[in-house]
Ligand binder design. Structure first.
Ligand code: ZN
Length: 281
């Protein structure tokens, strides 16, 4: 299933995308896409619903982030060896983890707001893992049993805040709108191999990133298991698994986003996003 949350900001309703690409409303079946609703067992029940019986959502509608109630937005740093090289870093001996504030989460096509004082707002397309069931001390072999599905993530990053201001990375990753999530939460039964997905990103139509999750250093199952040794992963938590090469800070000279720039990004099977950058007020 491709699950969505649609409607105005703060008033999103649950839905799914049918085989024709139309959104169908799920409000009669679930309150939202998140929490206990996305437990793998509950998702199996949802998938038994005849989609033709669900109300069709007519016309254009805004999409919200594809999962509600995210308590933790955990990001993995330098998880593609060729991206590590472009930033002048070496591949870490264990996953680098950092947090993105959940207040950064927005819909896939909402505006990308360049924060006050920013000169280095940069892009990163990433595979997102959405946790469906509490995971604590799980092994790598059982790790994916705790996953609801996958989604496209834009890990927007302010490089000055991230690397030139004192301390670690969180403040360069957490600005409002720096976490577009979706368009869809694609249940894991529709993703044959999370380590074989093409992911891409363009700025004003020019390709910047074109990679594959096959070159990730630490794969999805490993990351879920690894993180669960340190903290309980809860339904709705998101793990953003790192970005392939082609970010602005790796270019010579570096290149960053300006108001009016249009960023498009996507992952095969998981859908695409489109944001227009604008200055904060
Ligand atoms: Zn990232």
């Amino acid at each position: 299933m491709k699950l969505v949350r649609y409607g105005a900001i703060g008033a999103e309703k649950p839905g799914l995308v049918d085989l024709d690409g139309n959104i169908r409303d799920l409000s009669d079946h679930v309150a939202d896409i998140g929490g206990p609703v996305i437990d793998p067992q509950e998702l199996a029940k949802l998938s038994a619903i005849d989609t033709e019986s669900l109300p069709l959502v007519a016309g254009e509608t805004r999409l919200g982030a594809c999962v509600a109630g995210t308590g933790k937005f955990i990001c993995i740093g330098l998880n593609y060896s060729d991206h590590a090289a472009e930033t002048g870093a070496t591949v870490p001996p264990e996953p680098i983890i950092f947090m993105k504030a959940t207040s950064a989460i927005v819909g896939p096509n909402d505006d990308l707001v360049i924060p006050l004082g920013s000169k280095k707002t940069d892009w990163e397309v990433e595979l997102g893992i959405v946790i469906g069931r509490k995971a604590k001390y799980v092994s790598e072999t059982e790790a994916l049993d705790y996953v609801a599905g996958y989604c496209t993530i834009h890990d927007v990053s302010e490089r000055g805040f991230q690397t030139e201001r004192f301390g670690q990375w969180t403040k360069g990753k957490s600005c409002d709108t720096f976490g577009p999530t979706g368009p869809w939460l694609v249940t894991k039964d529709e993703v044959a191999d999370p380590q074989n997905l093409r992911l891409w990103l363009t700025v004003n139509g020019e390709t910047m990133q074109d990679g594959s999750t096959s070159t990730m250093v630490y794969g999805a199952a490993y990351l879920v298991s690894y993180l669960s040794q340190f903290m309980s992963l809860m339904p709705g938590d998101i793990i953003s698994t790192g970005t392939p090469p082609g970010v602005g800070m790796g270019m010579k000279p570096p290149r960053y986003l300006n108001p009016g720039d249009v960023v498009e990004l996507g992952i095969d099977g998981l859908g695409s996003q489109r944001q227009t950058a604008r200055a904060d007020i």
